[in-house]
Design a binder for this molecule. Structure first.
Ligand SMILES: [Ca+2]
Ligand SMILES: [Ca+2]
Ligand SMILES: [Ca+2]
Length: 387
């Protein structure tokens, strides 16, 4: 479902036919978008993921899943930059750690820019980007940017994303960026020290499935089988504008993993957003050859606690709502829970029997006839991860 948000942004999504015309015109202007055998055509639209998530939902992990590169984010880590760190507070202290950015009142019930899963795929040579959000009530709010360092050289391209709301430490080096909002999707290019828009096309922002995404017309950009470095940020739009023009905040990043099991697992992300940790910590390599080959990679998670996400079937109101005492209720469908992987075990995604060594009763020593037949193991059924 796509809603008219022209009252907010003063914009209206261009009709598909107009987008096609604009796309062809831009392609003719910029040229060199890929191999010369390709003819400009009407933009394609990849099917909307029905899941809407793909794969096991394990926070802080990357995987290739049968044609989709997936990043699974942490839930409720949409707390933006650690401004305490930026102002000299000790970020190793819990009082100062983590993000400090609050949603404005017009973003009620909050949690409006909380990435759960980012999916990158290819459909008929076109780059496809989908984001699943924890909360998507007002389609005017979320604004997603996925930027690519196409030459895998941080020294070339844009050092930062537009808007200045992420004062990153270390250059991102991104050449192109795809943005998705209810007002439409755009491809941006960085050249001669400035970002410019290379094309506008349709976006999906769906409060029913909590999905937002787009298919980039292949006339404008085609990843082929290249390996690109990627960075993705989620913020909001307001009546004054979006985070991409500096008028609102960035709340969440993709690809920042290895978070401690404290707060909302956003300490590293909040320091990256504050410029206290290097931006390269928020970059992932995306291998489009592995996507085209429909590779299904294993998720390697270390022994110890990992955060999994459970998608509730309950239809709640979403957002973070506080009662009269100020106690919050977290009403999005994706609920985090911790899973402990014992040392010596690997997560495979399949149900597993964990043998438990029973207390050996007093009795015959090993080698006696009575212990030749070992007792059956006590089975512990470990729940299948994800859905
Ligand atoms: Ca998140
Ligand atoms: Ca670059
Ligand atoms: Ca995040």
């Amino acid at each position: 479902m796509k809603r008219d948000v022209s009252a907010w942004f003063g914009l209206r999504s261009a009709p598909r036919a107009l987008c096609a015309a604009a796309t062809a015109a831009v392609a003719a202007l910029i040229g060199g978008c890929g191999d010369s055998s390709f003819s400009p055509s009407v933009p394609v639209s990849a099917p909307t993921p029905s899941g809407p998530t793909v794969g096991a939902l394990i926070s802080g992990t990357r995987a290739y899943n049968e044609g989709t590169f997936i990043w699974t984010d942490y839930a409720y880590d949409d707390r933006g930059a650690n401004t305490d760190a930026a102002s000299g507070g000790d970020r190793t202290q819990s009082a100062f750690a983590g993000g400090d950015i609050k949603y404005p009142p017009e973003a009620a019930p909050g949690n409006a820019a909380d990435l759960i899963e980012l999916q990158i795929s290819v459909y008929q040579q076109a780059l496809v980007v989908w984001a699943v959000l924890e909360t998507l009530v007002d389609p005017r709010l979320p604004v997603l940017a996925v930027a690519f360092d196409t030459d895998r050289d941080a020294a070339t391209g844009a050092p930062s994303l537009p808007g200045g709301r992420w004062p990153n430490r270390g250059a991102l080096g991104v050449e192109v960026m795809v943005t998705v909002a209810a007002s439409g999707a755009q491809l941006w290019e960085y050249a001669d020290g400035a970002w410019t828009t290379a094309g506008s096309f349709d976006a999906v922002v769906d409060p029913e499935t909590n999905l937002l995404g787009t298919t980039v017309p292949p006339d404008l950009l085609r990843p082929g089988r290249q390996v690109w470095r990627a960075v993705a940020a989620l913020g909001i739009g307001s009546a004054a504008g979006t985070w991409l023009d500096g008028a609102a905040d960035v709340f969440d990043l993709a690809f920042v993993g290895d978070e401690l099991l404290v707060r909302w697992q956003e300490n590293r992300q909040a320091d990256i957003l504050a410029g206290a940790l290097d931006a390269s910590e928020a970059v992932a390599e995306v291998d489009f050859g592995r996507i085209l080959d429909k590779e299904d990679s294993a998720i390697d998670i270390p022994a110890g606690f990992s955060t999994f996400l459970y998608r509730s079937e309950l239809k709640l109101s979403e957002g973070v709502v506080r009662d009269e005492e100020g106690s919050p209720s977290f009403l999005g469908p994706y609920q985090p829970y911790a899973v402990y992987i014992p040392v010596g075990h690997r997560y495979t995604g399949a149900p597993e029997q964990l043998p438990v060594e029973p207390d050996r009763p007093e009795g015959p020593e090993e080698g006696d006839d009575a212990v030749d037949e070992p007792p059956p193991p006590v089975g512990v059924q470990r729940a299948r991860a994800g859905r």
